[in-house]
Design a protein around this ligand. Structure first.
Ligand code: GLN
Length: 202
């Protein structure tokens, strides 16, 4: 590529719980200045944020205990580019179905998600998904006790659905969410797409 690519985007990964290390690895490999975020003041030092997979009810409790929930909510509402995978998607949903008692989300995405939507008989599975916005070939998607988006508002773009129509990737303004885990497959196109979003937000 010709010209100066400019400074690396500073991309935080919420590191309270879950598979944040895998995201840090992928983002670093793509040339981002990737760093863990655990404290509210770290939010002002980043250009974008990834919320990893893990357990959304635990992430919710820890983010409130560490005083991060409010600042996160403000950052997302203020336009910070954010990408949530699996539990991260649940954290970004305005409405959460089948949460534990008292479970809250940060919100930002005008969607309803159902936790553990595939039930016990199908806790984890892999499939190839067409994501037209990312081109060919499709993405190999790994679902682990995954949620699905059961309802999406009018300003939400559906990026991918399963063959049965269930929505598993969405985007709305500064927020991107997938029910699956691209950080474990070696295909970094979704992270690249997010980094492009971070760059465009400048
Ligand atoms: N089932 C988890 C939750 O409710 C999400 C699983 C995942 O992130 N892989 O938060």
């Amino acid at each position: 590529m010709a010209g100066n690519p400019g400074p690396s985007p500073r991309v935080g990964v919420l590191a309270l719980q879950g598979d944040f290390r895998e995201h840090l690895r992928v983002l670093t490999a793509l040339g981002a200045d990737a760093r863990s975020v655990r404290r509210p003041e770290e939010l002002s030092e980043i250009d974008g944020l990834v919320i990893p997979g893990g357990e959304s009810s635990v992430m919710d409790k820890l983010s409130r205990a560490f005083g991060l929930a409010g600042p996160l909510r403000e950052a997302v509402a203020g336009g910070l580019p954010v990408y949530g995978t699996c539990a991260g998607l649940i954290m970004l949903a305005d409405r959460v179905l089948d949460g534990i008692e008292g479970q809250q989300s940060i919100g930002g995405l005008d969607v309803s998600v159902r936790r553990n939507a595939f039930g016990n008989q199908l806790e984890s599975f892999e499939t190839d998904l067409a994501i037209p916005r990312l081109g060919e070939p499709g993405i190999h998607a790994v679902f682990i006790r995954a949620p699905v988006v059961v309802e999406a508002g009018p300003d939400v773009d559906v990026l991918a659905s399963l063959d049965d129509g269930r929505i598993v990737a969405v985007e709305s303004r500064n927020v991107l969410g997938t029910a699956f885990h691209p950080e474990v497959t070696g295909d970094s196109r979704i992270h690249s797409y997010f980094l492009q979003k971070v760059a465009n937000a400048h």
